[in-house]
Design a protein around this ligand. Structure first.
Ligand code: 26W
Length: 797
């Protein structure tokens, strides 16, 4: 262990030698990363043990956040920051001629998530620990996280991700705490002292082995736990075909499913969901049993939060434990279960709402199916009391219908709290998507607007800006991010605004270096850095951004006098491997990049950069360097967005629709400090229910649109002329479901306003400052406090 720089250096050198049998000079950066990681883990361990002991012995309620995805990225820099030892380590390594940043680069990203939902879970863990709240993460230790993306000829190619190749230094394997998870088999009934009981027999068992990862709070000695379960063969020697058994068990946690929103309905995915839930609940009930005698008080001591419906089987699984193993009656078990479970919905897109065919779920999880069936029976009886004779209504709200189990309905029926992730989103749930349920259970519904951890996304990603902020308003904002509002007093301070611009320029230079390193392209740091980074989805409308680029390009070609203010358009986006349309848009962005970047008439003014393999680490370099943040989803479709908040916190200005949390950003910023365009949510929803939109009117009525649409199919992209028909058809044949053409004119004219505003340097800096100052609300500390106070009812320890 170490407590000062000199001691650190001594221990570091000794460990490096002992671990690798080499002198410092001979060790690789990876060796150095590994040893530093081990030292930091040791440094954490005392507080980790103490925090775990507190959780075990204290009589306070514990919350478990169940999520099929976590997207934490790298841990080293974050742990150093939260432990408050970045400076010590940096200086110590410097003395040894080692650059900390270089070492950090050798940590693989933990990419156990697809996008927003997984990253939100990671931000929440950071906030829970930093607020000293007794909240822990429960997830799956996928051997391969989200695929690695490469571009070949402009097409996306997916490679298996290998984050565990060199080991994961932060985890602790706990084989003694392994649990057996049963699949398949049958249910038999028996009589237990005259009482009818059920048990699951002839099951195939998979061993769930936990790996614990410390979650370090910000300078508060709290270290919570993220427990990730890994599937292994169970040691029972009953299998004939042992190789097949081994393969099939390990397969359960081999890959993260790479789709967000579209549900594939694959049996392996369902296995993952039950595996997470069953392992987690076994371990929680076991811990509870050691501590308390009375299972009737389970819900007073334990909160279970389900992150979307993916872990919704926690409801029937808890019922099973309480009835089959703890011998409670149905009514007792239901009371406890429904007071334990809270549920967050993250999307209203219908294709994302999980539904499992009974024919798949019932044989895989026979006892669980029986319980879901019974929940449905009783729930439909309740509906019958409420809506006697109204079969249609009951069928619409049922948990099981037409041979399918609707997981969102199960989540609502079996929980005491249902929340959306931004005001607008929650309103849409209440008044549209879930209005029947809202009528029945108005008290269950509530909003918790998303947030992001300002520690990773401002303090760690942008130390230059953090330093400037602290110089100006002190460092209270680090623990109370709402204090960022104090920055408003510098609104007219020329010197301060200049320094704000200098910071942005430094970060732009750093990103330009990264772009050069990754792509070989040199970008103009004097140009506006205009960025759209997020998963590729039709509703997020990367296509609208592309249309703007093509519009500027076409205008320059047509009018040689026209010189737009220089802009660098930066994209990062992975498409789900089976999402045909999204992959076409990737190819299109790359084709536009090729066209624009190779044309010396335009490339002095506009450039297009599509960075491969967008992930958390790359994001940390992108957000601080951005000046224009693209948040241009079709209104009503983006539940919240969280990238929007990261940009705002780093002083970018948003061009966006009134969708998701953009609405609340605008509320805080005022119209002058954000560029809003396009249809409103109610207009979109109105079109969708009543019709009345014809993209042909816009195609024929606007020459700019017509030209761009035609360029998709007329050979304008020389080697790809047949590539983009699907995009053309989505707009014209399939009635442009996401209103790209409808919002085009509004988007283009708003982009012209952005361009003009940028050229008024001082006024732009003021707007940028305002964005930073008003971003405190979007810290996940605020969000998590709201969950803790209003849903979980837990207190700081
Ligand atoms: C079944 C397949 C599947 C997989 C993932 C369906 C749905 C999902 C997620 C719910 C998709 C997701 O990440 N949603 C995003 O959640 C963020 C955090 O709340 C929001 O900020 C984003 O708006 C929302 O799209």
């Amino acid at each position: 262990m170490f407590s000062d720089k000199e001691q650190f250096k001594e221990v570091f050198l000794r460990k490096l030698e002992m671990t690798y049998g080499k002198s410092v000079e001979e060790t690789s950066k990876r060796d150095q990363f590994h040893v530093l990681g081990m030292m930091v883990r040791e440094y954490i361990s005392k507080d980790w043990i103490k925090s775990a002991e507190k959780a075990r012995t204290s009589k306070s309620k514990q919350v478990y956040y169940l999520s099929i995805e976590y997207l934490p990225g790298r841990f080293l820099g974050n742990n150093l920051l939260n432990l408050g030892i970045t400076g010590l380590i940096k200086d110590g390594l410097n003395d040894l001629g080692i650059d900390l940043a270089e070492i950090e680069d050798h940590e693989a990203d933990a990419g156990l998530g697809n996008g927003g939902l997984g990253r939100l879970a990671a931000c929440f863990l950071d906030s829970l620990a930093s607020l000293s709240l007794p909240g822990h993460g429960c997830g799956i230790r996928y051997k391969h996280g989200l695929f690695e993306q490469k571009f070949v000829d402009g097409f996306q190619v997916e490679l298996p991700e290998q984050w565990l190749r060199h080991g994961f230094v932060w985890e602790v394997r706990k084989p003694d705490l392994a649990e057996e998870i049963p699949f398949w088999g049958t249910v038999e009934s028996y009589s237990d002292g005259g009482r009818l009981k059920f048990r699951h027999i002839d099951a195939v068992k998979v061993l769930a082995v936990p790996y614990d990862v410390p979650v370090v709070g910000y300078q508060n000695k709290t270290v919570n736990t993220l427990r990730l379960w890994s599937a292994e063969p169970s040691p029972v020697p009953w299998q004939k075909d042992i190789m097949k058994y081994k393969r099939e068990t390990e397969a359960v946690t081999e890959f993260l499913y790479p789709n967000d929103t579209h549900d594939e309905g694959k049996i392996l995915r369902l296995k993952q969901q039950y595996f997470l839930v069953a392992a987690t609940l076994k371990s929680i009930v076991g811990t509870f049993r050691k501590k308390y005698k009375d299972i009737h008080r389970f819900h007073e001591m334990v909160g279970l939060h389900i992150n979307d419906t993916h872990p919704v089987l926690a409801i029937p699984e808890l019922m099973r434990i309480l009835i089959d193993e703890e011998n409670l009656t149905w009514d007792e078990a239901w009371k406890i279960t429904t007071q334990c479970i809270s549920y967050t919905n993250h999307t209203t897109l219908s294709e994302a709402l999980e539904k499992w065919p009974v024919r798949i779920l019932a044989p895989l999880l026979p006892r669980i199916y029986m319980i879901i069936h019974e929940i449905n029976e009783r729930y439909c009886q309740e509906l019958w009391q409420e809506y006697p004779g109204n079969w249609n209504h009951i069928e619409q709200m049922a948990i099981i219908a037409h041979g399918e189990i609707r997981m969102a309905h199960l989540a609502i029926a079996g929980s005491f709290s249902v929340n959306g992730v931004a005001k607008l989103h929650t309103e849409i749930l209440k008044t549209r998507e879930m209005q029947n349920f809202y009528k029945l259970y108005p008290d269950k519904f509530n909003n918790k607007t998303n947030g992001i951890t300002h520690r990773r996304w401002l303090m760690k990603a942008n130390p230059e800006l953090s330093g400037l902020i602290t110089e100006a308003i002190g460092d209270g904002w680090k623990k109370s991010p709402e204090e960022l509002e104090m920055l408003n007093q510098f609104d007219n301070d020329e010197a301060f605004l200049r320094r704000l611009r200098e910071v942005k320029r430094t970060k732009k230079h750093q990103l330009a270096d990264r772009i050069h390193k990754n792509t070989g392209l040199k970008v103009n740091v004097d140009s506006i850095f205009d960025v759209q980074v997020k998963r590729l989805h039709a509703y997020k409308r990367q296509l609208l951004n592309v249309f703007h680029i093509l519009y500027v390009y076409n205008r320059m070609k047509e009018d040689k006098q026209y010189k737009p203010y220089p802009r660098t358009f930066i994209f990062g986006a992975k498409a789900s491997p089976g999402y045909y349309y999204a992959k076409k848009v990737i190819k299109l962005i790359n084709s536009v990049a090729e066209k624009v970047n190779s044309d010396c008439e335009v490339n002095k003014y506009i450039q297009v950069i599509f960075l491969e393999n967008y992930n958390v680490s790359l994001a940390e370099e992108i957000f601080p360097a951005t000046e224009v943040s693209e948040q241009i989803s079709t209104a009503s479709k983006e539940a919240s967005g969280t990238g929007n908040m990261k940009f705002m916190m780093n002083g970018a200005l948003t061009i966006g629709t009134l969708d998701g949390a953009n609405v609340e950003m605008e509320e805080r910023l005022g119209r002058d400090n954000i560029f809003i365009f396009g249809l409103h949510a109610d207009q979109v929803l109105n079109y969708l229910s009543n019709g009345g939109y014809s993209p042909y009117d816009y195609y024929h009525g606007d020459e700019r649109i017509q030209l761009i649409c035609n360029q998709l199919i007329n050979g304008f992209f020389p080697n790809s002329s047949d590539q983009f028909e699907a995009i053309f058809d989505s707009l014209l044949t399939e009635n442009d479901q996401f209103f790209v053409l409808r919002d085009f004119a509004s988007y283009i004219s708003t982009q012209r306003k952005v361009e003009a505003a940028y050229q008024d340097e001082k006024s732009w800096s003021k707007k940028s400052l305002k964005n930073i100052a008003m971003s405190g609300f979007f810290s996940s500390d605020r969000t998590v406090k709201e969950y803790a106070d209003e849903i979980w009812k837990i207190q700081t320890i």
